[in-house]
Design a protein around this ligand. Structure first.
Ligand code: C5P
Length: 335
């Protein structure tokens, strides 16, 4: 954490943060908790695809948010505001201009991650807001306080403080960084234009299951161990078939959005690759050894959609993005 000196209102340049998308390479649902949430065992990886935020202290008492890019819904519902409120409460009077509450911030968000897509863009924006607000205010929080603040904002938020691949357990608040990724595997993301609510998918899961498959759990445990000990991009790609079925929410998502599964099959036939579902969807992914291969594949998908040999469900043409999985040593670089 950088501590800035002086009055933050006089800061000339805004604090800028990239907020990466995430992908679940595995997602095992371990159990349903009494509070309705589920304990998970999941390997999360950050991607080069990222939203961009800038935060600047302003006069007055009201935080503001200006969004460009993808439509993220009404700004008032944004997790950015929840993150600012959480950060302000956690800091109290402990900022460079204290002892009063930390000053209002004007946040600009360039939304490049598809929204409600299973890529956790909103949660990542919240984590970047928390981190950026602390810097803008010249305030510090120890790791435990940051993690607790992040967990209060949303289940997926603590992961983004890890800065690289991580094993996620509990509701999302237990984060173990995995430092063994070698190289920068490519990923193609195909996000149909349809809203899939995470809450609905977990409710559908509860209607059919009490817990996930042992095989999914084992795949998740193995991948976490390999990503801790050392795994090359080629070896990750070699595991794509196992990973594509290592998601306990697949069946529940297909109940909520039945058109997704035939599309997943059609994509797999087109690319002759295993296709996975990120989180509760609807984003589908294919893994490649490099970002260049992923870019070529994205073109293949675009032309197939263009000439009608592939048709996508949803209310428009899907978003197709070629990007890469980003390791702990590569944060800050854009894909
Ligand atoms: O915490 P967050 O608001 O991101 O969670 C969205 C929804 O996803 C929750 O309301 C809950 O239904 C479900 N969820 C869950 N178990 C988790 C994470 C999310 O049941 N570990």
């Amino acid at each position: 954490m950088t501590v800035t000196g002086g009055d933050p209102l006089r800061r000339l340049t805004p604090v800028v943060r990239l907020a990466p998308a995430k992908l679940n390479l595995t997602l095992a649902v371990v159990a349903r908790r009494d509070d309705g949430f589920h304990t998970l065992h999941s390997v999360f990886v950050p991607l080069g695809l990222a939203d961009r935020l800038s935060l600047a202290p302003v006069g007055g008492h009201r935080d503001t948010l200006h969004v460009t890019g993808f439509d993220a819904g009404p700004p008032a519902d944004s997790l950015v505001f929840r993150a600012l409120a959480g950060a302000r409460a956690a800091v109290g009077g402990g900022w460079t201009g204290g002892p009063g509450p930390a000053p209002a911030l004007a946040v600009r968000l360039d939304k490049r991650i598809p929204v409600a897509a299973g890529l956790a863009g909103g949660s990542s924006d919240a984590a970047a807001t928390l981190d950026g607000a602390l810097e803008a205010w010249g305030a510090e929080l120890d790791d435990d306080a940051r993690q607790a603040t992040a967990a209060r904002i949303g289940s997926d938020v603590p992961f983004f403080l890890a800065g690289g691949p991580a094993l996620i357990q509990g509701r999302g608040e237990q984060v173990v960084p995995l430092h063994g990724l070698r190289g920068r595997p490519g990923i193609v993301l195909v996000t149909p234009v349809m809203a899939v609510s995470t809450t609905d998918v977990f409710a559908a899961f509860d209607a059919i299951r009490t817990h996930g498959d042992d095989a999914v759990r084992m795949s998740s445990v193995h991948l976490a161990e390999e990503l801790r000990a050392g795994l090359t991009a080629d070896n990750l790609v070699a595991r794509a078939g196992v990973l594509a079925s290592a998601n306990d929410l697949l069946q529940a998502t297909s109940l909520v959005e039945p058109t997704l599964i035939p599309f997943k099959r059609a994509l797999s036939r087109l690319l002759r690759r295993p296709i996975g579902l990120s989180g509760s969807g609807p984003t589908l992914w294919a893994l490649y050894a490099s970002e260049a291969e992923a870019m070529a594949t994205a073109e293949t998908v675009r032309s197939a959609l263009g000439d009608g040999s592939l048709t996508a469900p949803g209310t428009g043409q899907p978003s197709i993005v070629a990007t890469a999985i980003v390791g702990h040593d590569q944060q800050g670089s854009e894909g």
